[in-house]
Design a protein around this ligand. Structure first.
Ligand code: AMP
Length: 595
């Protein structure tokens, strides 16, 4: 397949903003893609070379990319600089410079998709001393054989700025239509994706084996399973009612969630966002080798920092010391951890994700040998709300955030990648006001004035609509930022700046600056109200209104551990709004359960 064919699609995709049209174009593209390279085409379209959990980045900055453009085009540094100043986009600079050059080069071989992919792969893999120079060389070589438009996209991919607005979910839709015969097959494809987190791999299985391969999709050690997530409610009674009367209530440890893949002595650790965090936890690797009595396993645990002197659990923030690149061993000594295992998803060839919780728990108990640093999550089986309440206080007293209450029975499978009512969080601080924080995605900003001129005055924040895979604005937040935050924010958000509202963002507000939805911040407000401007839960509570957060403030917590799709969802907001109403004016009609 010629790379130019791909580029033609990119040009068309870039020009549209609607999801349906985008999906249709993707269907056309994948239809003409040879099955052997469909995974590569999928990664490139997403602006990647590998699925994100591999953790290999192309890592080419503006300056280096411009240097490669200069080398490939033979233009002077001044010309390149000038074009960059004028266009502000390295992709466009590359396109223009090569267009000027191509007047002299007449005969050139056409680039194939594989050529581009393998060059990008090389760029991603080079590391160590002198790697920057090597990357520039490979890139300029590639650009020298590219048409101007091809150069534009090569540069965007290499800089991590593809931004076609295509997401994994859009590709899934396209795959279901193309290989599953329509939207009805969407769930099967979604399950395959949830079991592998690798959309390119799912595409390849579909293209090479067909729908049957998707139906019998197998878990692969080393490919993370998308985590099951919890809903939330504010009282033990409500939870028991929702969950079917009987439950297992477990401590909700305040640490870092880990998905551990063990293949003999090989151990990998993935974060909740499915990043490979193995190198940060050499001590956990040792613990797993010693305490997990299975050859192959995929297990989930919460890793909690402990006070080495008292053995007390420390808050989540203490784990930040593990995020350093150097001296990890020092951090291991200074900030020891305990792992609390709570689920088993795969053990010695057996996929447990469709087994009920009791079976998974029994399996987990049979392979974990507890020790000082390795525990099974603490839980009680009960149908008594008072007992849950008491257990909650106990958990909080021991340094936990609250409880995760889990459903029992045949239906209580591991729902990979889903937030559902099989797991429900119970924290202690629910009141009628909005005392609970939400995690929102930055989608835009407003220029600051006075003391804040030159930085942002406020940020436009959005919640996540999972059904439609879009981000809907819910407030404009200007308080709670320290001077340090205000200084840092342009640096932090700058790389995600785009010239127009992102295709997956919905809002009635006109921001001065728009961003790709990437950065998640923790926000607290006074209450949730209906709003004619914000688009969260649009029309779901009242025709022509959405939900907004009144008097929002930044709590100071940057949620780098959350992907934008992990932000507070519309459903959660609606639920919080309803609970709040119910407390204010109890009426039999209100709050009959969640939507
Ligand atoms: P959330 O991430 O906000 O949906 O809350 C659920 C989180 O609680 C999970 O992602 C885990 O990181 C954490 N957690 C702590 N203890 C447990 C437990 N016993 N079972 C499940 N999740 C737990």
């Amino acid at each position: 397949m010629f790379f130019s064919e791909l580029v033609e699609f990119y040009e068309r995709i870039e020009a549209i903003t609607g999801r349906i049209e985008m999906t249709n174009l993707l269907v056309q593209l994948l239809k003409i893609t040879p099955p052997e390279i469909i995974d590569k085409v999928v990664y490139l379209t997403l602006g990647e070379v590998y699925p994100p959990f591999i953790g290999l980045e192309l890592g080419v900055a503006d300056k280096m990319a411009l240097k490669a453009v200069k080398l490939a085009s033979g233009m002077s540094e001044r010309d390149v600089e000038r074009a960059y100043k004028e266009l502000g986009d390295v992709g466009l600079v590359g396109e223009r410079m090569l267009a000027e050059k191509s007047q002299v080069t007449l005969f050139m071989q056409q680039l194939m998709v594989e050529d581009v992919y393998s060059a990008l792969e090389k760029i991603a893999r080079v590391s160590g001393e002198g790697s920057m120079e090597t990357k520039i060389q490979i890139l300029s070589g590639l650009l020298a054989s590219a048409q101007p438009k091809e150069a534009k996209y090569i540069l965007r991919i290499v800089m991590g700025k593809m931004r076609l607005g295509v997401a994994d979910m859009t590709i899934l839709d396209a795959l279901a239509i193309l290989f599953g015969g329509g939207k009805e097959a969407r769930d099967l494809f979604e399950r395959a994706y949830n079991l592998s987190s690798d959309i390119g791999y799912v595409a390849k299985v579909a293209a090479q084996i067909g729908l049957d391969g998707i139906k019998k999709f197998k878990i692969t050690l080393g490919k993370p399973i998308r985590p099951m997530l919890a809903e939330r409610l504010s009282s033990a009674e409500e939870i028991l009612e929702k969950i079917g009367g009987k439950c297992i209530a477990e401590y909700k440890y305040d640490g870092e969630r880990m998905q551990i893949h063990k293949d003999g002595d090989e151990v990998l650790i993935f974060s909740r966002r499915l990043e490979n965090i193995t190198s940060q936890y050499p001590d956990v690797l040792e613990l797993v080798r010693k305490h997990v009595k299975a050859g192959e396993a995929i297990l989930e645990c919460e890793c909690v920092a402990v006070d080495p002197e008292t053995g007390d659990m420390l808050p989540f923030q203490e784990l930040m010391h593990r995020k350093r690149k150097h001296d990890v061993h020092k951090a291991v000594e200074q900030y020891p951890v305990i792992v609390h295992f709570f689920d088993a998803l795969y053990v010695d060839g057996r996929d447990l994700t469709l087994e009920p919780l009791e079976v998974r728990r029994k399996t987990l108990e049979s392979i974990i040998e507890e020790g000082e640093r390795v525990k099974l999550s603490k839980g009680i089986i009960t149908d008594d709300p008072n007992e849950i309440e008491k257990f909650l206080h106990e958990a909080v007293e021991e340094g936990c955030e609250g409880l995760v209450v889990k459903a029992l029975g045949e239906e209580a499978i591991y729902r990979a990648g889903a937030r559902g009512w099989l797991w429900i969080k119970l924290k202690r601080s629910y009141k009628s006001e909005m005392v609970d924080t939400v995690d929102l995605v930055v989608v835009g900003a407003f220029h600051g004035r006075g003391k804040r001129s030159g930085t942002y005055g406020a940020l436009l924040m959005a919640a996540y609509d999972k059904q439609r895979d879009v981000f809907q604005s819910v407030c404009k937040v200007g308080s709670g930022f320290t001077d340090e935050d205000l200084r840092k924010l342009p640096e932090l958000l700058g790389p995600y700046k785009i010239s127009h509202r992102h295709a997956r963002v919905e809002t009635g507000m006109e921001a001065d600056i728009w961003f790709e939805p990437k950065t998640v911040l923790e926000i607290i407000g006074d209450e949730i109200t209906i709003s004619p401007i914000h688009r969260a839960a649009w029309g779901m509570i009242r025709e022509g209104y959405g939900l907004a957060i009144r008097f929002p403030r930044f709590t100071g917590r940057y949620r780098f551990d959350k992907a934008p799709e992990d932000a507070t969802t519309i459903d959660e907001l609606i639920e919080m709004y309803r609970r709040q109403l119910k407390k204010l004016m109890p009426s039999p009609a209100e709050g009959q359960g969640a939507t």
